[in-house]
Write a protein that binds this ligand. Structure first.
Ligand code: ISL
Ligand code: CA
Length: 546
């Protein structure tokens, strides 16, 4: 197996192409736009870019519904643009990984069109079953709310996401062969790996009725099945092991134990995974029902994963999650301090850090006024379902405003000018009005700003072997449950991190818990006996008892 150091030591930056930078004024971000910003990413210190899907797609779910795996969505450009992007990135020593969405395709994919038409070659590429009387084949529900089955002709097909995202049938060896070809196509072009969309649900062991649940009825039949582990091992043996590449799996509802199995080094399946437990610390049951955010829940989830999984991802944002400062920090007075505190954790916790576009300037949730301003297919489905359940309009909007995935998808804020410098045309999704203050231009001009903080943290981590490989040891003091304190213990030294996760000052904290060693990074200019709102400090000492 090739060296794993590069994907452990570099920082990954996720681009949501639609929202990143529009080069031709049609209001939609594109590949030429990304090419124009590679120098910006290099300056930040990014070593790997993860591109959300850029394949041909009718965009029911913004590219997560693929209609051709080896073609570029014309909205984003051409295959020549893609080649140019890979080439320019290579010159800058930035690796590119792509999104591999293989649980489902678009219903406009040629395979599905033929399958639905009854073509015997293709019928079994998807999961078709007869209904039970007037009802679907089983009681499963979709990730986007509502039934997981859609009738087409005499039979129903399974879709765990939108009806325009039919699930592939991974019991069919032909599907396996097709996807193998797709992976080779991109790896041969020089991409450095894949972020594998909902990878732990691709294999359906049975189609029996599921135990009734508030959400995802049926999941016991497809979540992290033995068949899935087998398939992933085979994909490594047949394809991935031949390349110097890595995979990161988006693994829904995964436990640390399951994550260890997925990332084990003996029978390679995934190299890292995205767990969701720390993203659920402000939820009750499912993401639509928010409860008050409790920092101690976030700390507990992080500690659990840090101590139980040898190497994994570290992330606070992606294109499906509301912005981290809006959720776990402070949108007002302490925006900068809280963004730096979260950014501080991102690069001092153990694992490969993932930055989502705009996070490096502390972008906030979208400022949507009503559902008409929201495009996310999931939000519209939830609205429909909640309406059927007789939720009032006001209640529905309150739910959606806080949780819609469009919170993270508003156009990247490059400048304080028209449309935040994202496009010269009409942006596909509303630009946040706060772009007047929160934008790359302003952030880069401020040596004390969030951008420089990220840049410094990325450089610090890359050059500090203790931060890269030191063991994580929780040192949170029960007397201060909202102050996250931990150590990274390496052969050459110990890094101690203290992070106040709240806007409340803790009086005389440093008197009670003095820090030792030299300060590596701190988000307050001066020192104090108190731990101030969202204060973050990392210190390094050569030897320390733990
Ligand atoms: O959105 C979620 C967490 O808030 C999860 O339900 C889960 O991560 C998500 O639904 C699965 O996401 C992935 O697959 C979807 C696509 O819409 C998402 O954008 C993608 O990240 C279907 O391909
Ligand atoms: Ca464009």
């Amino acid at each position: 197996m090739a060296s794993d150091a590069w994907w452990k030591e570099r920082t990954v930056y996720q681009i949501y192409p639609r929202s990143f930078c529009d080069s031709n004024g049609d209001g939609i971000g594109d590949l030429r736009g990304i090419i124009g910003k590679l120098d910006y990413l290099k300056d930040l210190g990014v070593g790997i870019v993860w591109l959300s899907p850029v394949y041909k797609s009718p965009n029911d779910d913004n590219g997560y519904d693929i209609s051709d795996y080896t073609a570029i969505n014309p909205e984003f450009g051409t295959m020549e643009d893609m080649d140019a992007l890979i080439e320019k990135a290579r010159e800058l020593d930035i690796k590119i990984i792509m999104d591999l969405v293989i649980n489902h395709t678009s219903d406009e994919h040629e395979w599905f069109v033929k399958s639905a038409a009854g073509d015997s070659e293709y019928r079994d590429y998807y999961i078709w079953r007869k209904g039970k009387g007037k009802k679907p084949p089983n009681n499963w529900t979709s990730f986007f709310a509502g039934d997981a089955w859609q009738k087409r002709g005499e039979e129903y097909y399974l879709h765990l996401f939108s009806p325009k995202q039919p699930d592939l049938n991974w019991n069919n060896p032909k599907v396996y062969d097709e996807i193998k070809k797709v992976m080779k196509f991109w790896l041969d072009k020089g991409i450095a790996g894949f972020r594998c969309d909902v990878i732990n649900i691709i294999y359906k062991t049975s189609l029996a009725d599921g135990k009734k649940r508030l959400a995802l009825t049926g999941k016991e039949h497809y979540l992290s099945q033995e068949g899935c582990h087998r398939l992933l091992q085979r994909l490594n043996e047949d394809v991935l092991n031949d390349y110097d590449c890595f995979t990161v799996g988006e693994t829904v509802m995964v436990t640390p134990k399951e994550a260890c199995r997925l990332t084990n080094r003996d029978k390679r399946e995934m190299d890292m995974v995205f767990g969701f437990e720390h993203m659920e610390c402000d939820q009750w049951m499912i993401k639509w029902f928010k409860t008050k955010y409790k920092p101690e829940r976030l700390i507990a989830a992080l500690v659990k994963w840090q101590t139980n999984v040898p190497w994994n991802t570290v992330y606070f944002e992606n294109h499906d999650q509301p912005r981290s400062v809006s959720r776990f920090g402070d949108e007002g007075e302490y925006r900068v301090q809280s963004a730096k505190m979260l950014g501080g954790l991102l690069f001092t916790l153990k694992g490969t850090p993932f930055v989502y576009e705009g996070q490096e300037i502390g972008m906030l949730n979208g400022d949507f006024k009503n559902l008409d301003e929201v495009q996310d297919v999931e939000s519209h489905n939830v609205d429909k379902t909640a309406r059927r359940m007789l939720f009032t309009k006001g209640r529905r909007w309150k739910m959606i405003k806080r949780t819609t995935r469009d919170n993270a998808r508003t156009p990247m804020q490059w400048t304080g000018g028209k449309n935040a410098g994202f496009t010269s045309g009409t942006p596909w999704l509303k630009v946040n009005a706060n772009c007047a203050d929160i934008n790359v231009e302003a952030a880069r001009g401020d040596s004390d700003g969030i951008f420089d903080w990220y840049k410094n943290m990325i450089a610090l981590r890359a050059s500090n072997v203790t931060l890269l490989y030191g063991e994580f040891v929780d040192a949170t003091d029960k007397k201060f449950p909202r102050v996250f304190r931990f150590k990274r213990v390496g052969n050459d030294g110990v890094v101690t991190v203290v992070a106040n996760m709240t806007a409340k000052t803790v009086r005389d904290y440093f008197v009670k818990r003095p820090t030792e060693g030299t300060i590596l990074q701190s988000n307050y200019a001066d020192s104090s006996a108190d731990l101030r709102p969202y204060e973050f400090m990392a210190t390094m000492s050569q030897k320390e008892k733990i």
